[in-house]
Each structure stands twice: as structure tokens, then as C-alpha cells.
Design a protein around this ligand. Structure first.
Ligand code: SER
Length: 318
């Protein structure tokens, strides 16, 4: 078996996807690469780790050749809120980085998984039950880069036969590694604050509805899609996937059932609120269900119970 490369491996999804892939395919089969941040001991000690700048095509080429990479999970990206602070960097990493990965994949006959996002939709998109194929006119640089990325991945498949696949992730909730500056980050922060301080000040309005997913389902969706018989896939890239749609108020109410003293208040960040308001309330993920059997394991309650249990254990050890 040729090896698997995970870019953005020190990030929220990458750090857990690396471990998930190592468990499934073997520790020596998965190469984790980060940009600059030092990896956790767990990540470094469980298998191969290297540094790589995806905006430098030579570095991408050297890594893919050095480890004989057959599949790339390309997770390195600048998220929505951080992207608005520095759109030029977001474009460079999200577009030029992706282009480099696709070019090297083409030359080395590697398959590529690239996550898109709910951010690939915009204010003109139907907000409820957002279809798989619909209007995509996002208003953030992150969203623009995600739509361009979806199209570029389609193009590399159609033109060059590169085996590109991807899902549109909603906000991902997890306890292992913090997210790196997205608009949906409140749904992670709220758990840290609920456990530590019993109080959270949310940067989005209480009724802001967004799609979310618990990390185990995000990992499963990526690997299940990559394992699917390609003849079943009509939409290769950018499948809508979701687990539940929530507002900060609803999430707080549900957390209160586990931590009764918990209180939430609001100090709205207008920039992040504008981003959230431009995204769908809830996605229709029936096409992913149809084409490759997508089905989430965790509903809202199951996620909350597991998240509070696991994060409490982790915070006790710190
Ligand atoms: N979680 C991401 C963000 O908020 C959405 O893909 O930027």
C-alpha cells in the first residue's frame, strides 16, 4: 500500500484524522505534515511527522515522492474569521496550496480528499434544506476559495483523471485540538467554558442557526467517501454532509441539562455574525446518503454527553 499524507495535521481535524487513519491502515502508513506549529507528542510519537509548506510546490513534491504518497487528505487551510483579517494569505494558502497539491497528485497519480464547507454558500443560497446543487455566491474569502477549490477538484478529475473527492463540512465540534479561527468555533468554546467557568459569552446572536457535526462523524465521512467504489459517485467533490442544526440558545439549553449551573450571555461580534448570517441554516445531505451511504452516528444529545465526558476528563488532567 502506498502511504497516506495528511496536511494540516496539527489542526483541529488533521490531528484526529491522522490518528484515525493510523488506527485503520497502520501507524507506519500515515505521514502527518504541519506548517510550523509543533505537533503533540501523541501525533509525533505514533508515526511519521514532517513539516511542509503547501504554498511551496517543491516542498509538496519532495514530500509526496519521499514517502511514496498514494492518497492526500489536504486539510491545510485558513478558516473564515481569520481569512477576513488577512484575505491575501487565505487566498494564497487555500488556492495556491490546493493547486500545488493537485498538480503533484496529478504527476504522482495520488488520490486527493479536499474538504469544502458550508462557507461555500452565500446570502443568495436557499437557507433551509440547502440543496446539493444550488446558488453559490459566498461573500467571504474563505467561501470564495472553497467554491474555487470545489471547481478545481472537479476539473482535475475531468481533465486529468485525478481521483479527487470531498465533502462540505459544517462546523466541527471536538475536544482534542481547538479550531483555528472559524465562525463556528463558538460551538467548541462553549464546552470549555461550561466545564471550567459555568459561563460563556457567545460572539454570535442566540438565534443563529448553523449546521454542526461531532468529530467522529467528520472523520468517518472523509474516510468512507475515500473508500467508496468510484463508480457510485456522481458528485465527486463537495458533498453536503451534516449531523444537526443548532443555535447558540439551543446548544446552551441542552448543555444546561448536563451542567445545570451553566449560563450563557451574548456579546455579538458583527464581523463573525455577518459571516454566519450568510451561511445556510441547514443542509440537505440526501445526495451523500444516496451515493455513498453517508449517515451520522451522533445526534445532538449523544454529542453533548460524549463531549462533556471526554473534555472533563481531559481538563482534569491539565
Ligand atoms: N468551521 C468553518 C469556519 O467557521 C466552516 O467551514 O470557518
Amino acid at each position: 500500500m502506498r502511504k497516506i499524507l495528511v496536511t494540516g495535521a496539527v489542526g483541529q481535524i488533521g490531528s484526529e484524522l491522522t490518528m484515525y487513519l493510523r488506527k485503520k491502515y497502520g501507524d507506519d502508513k500515515v505521514v502527518a505534515v504541519g506548517h510550523r506549529t509543533q505537533p503533540s507528542e501523541k501525533l509525533r510519537n505514533s508515526g511519521l511527522f514532517d513539516f511542509m509548506d503547501c504554498t511551496n510546490i517543491k516542498q509538496v513534491e519532495n514530500t509526496v515522492k519521499k514517502y511514496d504518497i498514494g492518497t492526500i487528505y489536504h486539510l491545510a487551510a485558513v478558516l473564515s474569521a481569520v481569512g477576513e483579517k488577512n484575505p491575501q494569505t487565505a487566498w494564497n494558502v487555500n488556492i495556491n496550496g490546493l493547486y500545488n497539491v493537485l498538480e503533484v497528485a496529478r504527476e504522482n497519480k495520488s488520490a486527493v480528499f479536499v474538504p469544502s464547507s458550508i462557507a461555500a454558500f452565500g446570502p443568495d443560497t436557499p437557507k433551509d434544506n440547502t440543496p446539493q446543487d444550488t446558488i453559490q455566491r459566498p461573500t467571504t474569502i474563505y467561501g470564495v476559495s472553497k467554491v474555487a477549490g470545489e471547481l478545481l477538484c472537479d476539473y482535475y478529475y475531468l481533465k486529468f483523471g485525478v481521483d479527487t473527492r470531498g465533502v462540505r463540512y459544517p462546523g466541527i465540534i471536538s475536544y482534542e485540538t481547538l479550531p483555528g479561527g472559524g465562525t463556528t468555533d463558538y460551538a467548541v468554546e462553549i464546552f470549555y467554558k461550561a466545564i471550567k467557568n459555568k459561563k460563556y459569552t457567545c460572539f454570535l446572536k442566540e438565534d443563529t442557526m448553523l449546521d454542526m457535526m461531532y468529530m467522529p462523524d467528520a472523520l468517518k465521512s472523509a474516510v468512507d467517501l475515500m473508500e467508496t467504489d468510484p463508480s457510485k459517485l456522481k458528485h465527486r467533490n463537495a458533498f453536503n454532509v451534516t449531523s444537526f442544526s443548532i443555535t447558540p440558545r439551543l446548544l446552551a439549553e441542552e448543555i444546561k441539562k448536563e451542567i445545570p449551573e451553566f449560563e450563557i450571555d451574548y456579546d455579538v461580534d458583527p464581523e463573525k455574525q455577518a459571516i454566519a448570517d450568510s451561511w445556510p441554516n441547514n443542509l440537505d445531505d440526501s445526495i451523500a446518503k444516496e451515493e455513498w451511504g453517508w449517515s451520522p452516528t451522533y445526534n445532538l444529545r449523544a454529542m453533548i454527553k460524549d463531549m462533556i465526558e471526554k473534555l472533563s476528563e481531559k481538563l482534569k488532567k491539565q
